[in-house]
Design a protein around this ligand. Sequence first.
Ligand code: PMP
Length: 430
Amino acid sequence: TSSLSRVPRAPPDRVLGLSEHFKKVKNGNKIDLTVGIYKDGWGKVTTFPSVAKAQKLIESHLELNKNLSYLPITGSKEFQDNVMKFLFKESCPQFGPFYLAHDRISFVQTLSGTGALAVAAKFLALFISRDIWIPDPSWANHKNIFQNNGFENIYRYSYYKDGQIDIDGWIEQLKTFAYNNQQENNKNPPCIILHACCHNPTGLDPTKEQWEKIIDTIYELKMVPIVDMAYQGLESGNLLKDAYLLRLCLNVNKYPNWSNGIFLCQSFAKNMGLYGERVGSLSVITPATANNGKFNPLQQKNSLQQNIDSQLKKIVRGMYSSPPGYGSRVVNVVLSDFKLKQQWFKDVDFMVQRLHHVRQEMFDRLGWPDLVNFAQQHGMFYYTRFSPKQVEILRNNYFVYLTGDGRLSLSGVNDSNVDYLCESLEAVSK
Ligand code: PMP
């Protein structure tokens, strides 16, 4: 018999598998609220006007359009400059040129947010720690990515309890773990995933004060924060405002020296609508002391930085060699053209206003007690707190598709289905 017969069947992806199934259903009322892809008020996936204009510019620009050669392993220099400026200068203006200094940040253009997490995971597992804390609940792929890339221990911190964020439970767990670790005197501090905004799936994020408490703890325990910023802009409609967690982590007055660095995994999938183009980035921000705390005006990389760069390159080379070109060219055009960038900010705000509107329309129609936190939730999803059984009834009897954890993507809701949807939700909630 073949050794291949030892391969067990993996369960289908919880989100993408459902979409496939949905396509086969033949019922006029069916609604797909599974995947987090933005659709307009007519149920269409559209291209942002800013992105469409950038595409036109690329098309008419012979050199850009025709160049099908490889990008460098960690992406083009232009992409790095544009994205770093956007993330570390514009989104975090208080830091000025210091954080823009290339000698503090190792940067890689990645295959969207997932690719950033995968490269980060591989790097961390090789050199820093194989333990990670992931919120419970979280995006299901977090566990998968870290397991697949060398992590040995996946811990879940209590994020959500009785419809609210469980800050005290969360902090208590981290402290107890650190205490036990210290007693055993063995391990490196673990990594921890933090959703930068629009927590997936709950839609609830800590307040500014709560974040401070959490980050104080993480800093004190010398844990390695992995800031997963897949929804920048989708909370408030303002791209820069939504980078508040990044700004907090990078506040040198509060946290002068993250001894094990900060890992930022960022995606343009949702906030530029570039889902299939797979464009995002990983930034590894090293401790200030790595360069004796000095700003280096020549932007010469210090040796620690060069070592990290070289290892990230080696990882990417062995994983997929180099990133795809087209999506990063679109990002470059949008970020480097003042008018297009302004348009992009408007596009994001427009999308978020529609999601707010949908939330309000549903809120007006629904009447169950759990709705208290509906208004507090933000982002692309509504977390219904339905049990797997209720989700199944909704799917089988009403042809309304949510993910198994009761998460509903608001972007699939519009004027033509909101009444039917709310009636179905009401019926199942009883
Ligand atoms: N993190 C979270 C929490 C997400 O919800 C997503 C998108 N579903 C991602 C990362 C990454 O998505 P992508 O690879 O499409 O950028």
